[in-house]
Design a protein around this ligand. Sequence first.
Ligand code: ZN
Length: 237
Amino acid sequence: MNMRIKPLIALINQQSTTVRHFSYKNILTWYSGLVRPKPTKPPHKHIIQVGDPCLRAISKPVPTKDIETEEVQKLIAYLKHVCRKYDCYGLSAPQVGVPLRIFIMGLTQKALDKHFTKKEIAAKALKAIEPLVVINPEMKVTDYTKVVLEESCESVKGFCADVPRYMSVELKGYDEDGHTFSMNASGFTARIIQHEMDHLDAKLYTDIMDKKTLYCPHWQVVNERCGKVELPYGPFK
Ligand SMILES: [Zn+2]
């Protein structure tokens, strides 16, 4: 950037005596403003990263009378938008910077087949998940058998690790229309629920992972491209 701006200032100063008060700093600020978007306020249209205090704040319940308000419905719309944008199958409100007890989940068979090989689907016991918005969720473990599988999180961009989760859970809460519901889930769906519940309680998978298994699944690409690579948010390649 510096290499581009210095000749620009020289050119301006050559061509007009009226603009010679332009300093390098002023031009740099102007140029940066052109290429860097202004920071947004929550809810964000991006996923915040580990280190952001919002990921370590206990989320507050949504007053049930507020579920149908514009504010809460807008937040749900943001979550759905960000989920689609980043190909997530689970996303919590704290991950877009709002510490409220809401998460969404869902994974179509089409997305599953697109992003994973049959071998991965079998090895990780992956399966399609019905789209669901959950407000003020309550979770009860119904099978305490621990299952260890590789897991990742869009808020810990570019990494994966083995994480133990309970086999089955019961989930209760409100849907986006304010109706109560309950469901039983096991395997992959139960894992997603536990992961998102942890977000609402200010926890990350890195708190309970097998530390020695933490790795960047894209490490070979990093070497192949001499480090010039943007790490993806999720597990998809
Ligand atoms: Zn996560």
